[in-house]
Design a binder for this molecule. Structure first.
Ligand SMILES: Cc1cn([C@H]2C[C@H](O)[C@@H](COP(=O)(O)OP(=O)(O)O[C@H]3O[C@H](C)C(=O)[C@H](O)[C@H]3O)O2)c(=O)[nH]c1=O
Length: 180
């Protein structure tokens, strides 16, 4: 497993080693010891799987209770995956990282607690699998607008994204509940 730093030090890209041969490939996608040592000492308690059509934008979501660290990867298609730092005392508060995750590149993105997460689908279909460090708590879930002017996220968007009704009503950064 190769770990690549990003412009936000706590957000990391993981590149598993892929063993290819005439049958296809094999790769270890996660190992507790390696993650603890190279990324962060965390336990995951919930795995999610999302299938999304081209043009879908899910996010930007986060929970202020049961705060979730997320380890995201794509097993079908391609997405532009974004993490936004909402930790008010962080030197990178309000900054974002965007990473291409795809079945082809096999990359994973580690998004710690204190961040909002979202992704935009640029393939016909994309299937995202992600591990969470705490359980879903809809009563503590918040949605930050994907197009917040202050964040100015450079989404690779060619037309209006497909949003859930919840995501159409996201709040701006100035109104968003933050993390200490
Ligand atoms: C997130 C979640 C949702 N649900 C149920 C609730 C709804 O009935 C249905 C769809 O939920 P939602 O529209 O919130 O799903 P997404 O828009 O993909 O939300 C996710 O999108 C961004 C990218 C994230 O990082 C979060 O993991 C998550 O918020 O699944 C559950 O039962 N458990 C869960 O953990």
């Amino acid at each position: 497993m190769k770990v690549i730093t990003t412009s936000i030090p706590d957000v990391k890209i993981l590149e598993p080693i892929r063993f290819s041969d005439e049958r296809g490939f094999f790769m270890e996608t996660w190992r507790q010891s390696g993650f603890d040592e190279l990324v962060a000492p965390r336990q995951f308690v919930q795995d999610n799987h999302a299938r999304s059509c081209r043009g879908t934008l899910r996010g930007l979501h986060y929970q202020t209770q049961n705060t979730q660290g997320k380890l995201v990867r794509v097993v079908v298609g391609e997405v532009f995956d974004v993490a936004v730092d909402l930790r008010r005392r962080s030197p990178t508060f309000g900054q974002w990282v965007g990473v291409w995750l795809s079945a082809e590149n096999g990359r994973q993105l580690w998004i710690p607690e204190g961040f909002a997460h979202g992704f935009y689908v640029t393939s016909d279909w994309a299937e995202s699998l992600y591990r969470c460090t705490d359980y879903y708590n809809p009563t503590a879930e918040h949605c930050l607008r994907w197009d917040d002017a202050t964040l100015a996220i450079a989404w690779p968007i060619s037309s209006s994204p497909l949003l859930s009704s919840k995501d159409q009503q996201g709040c701006c950064l100035a109104e968003a509940p933050l993390f200490d």
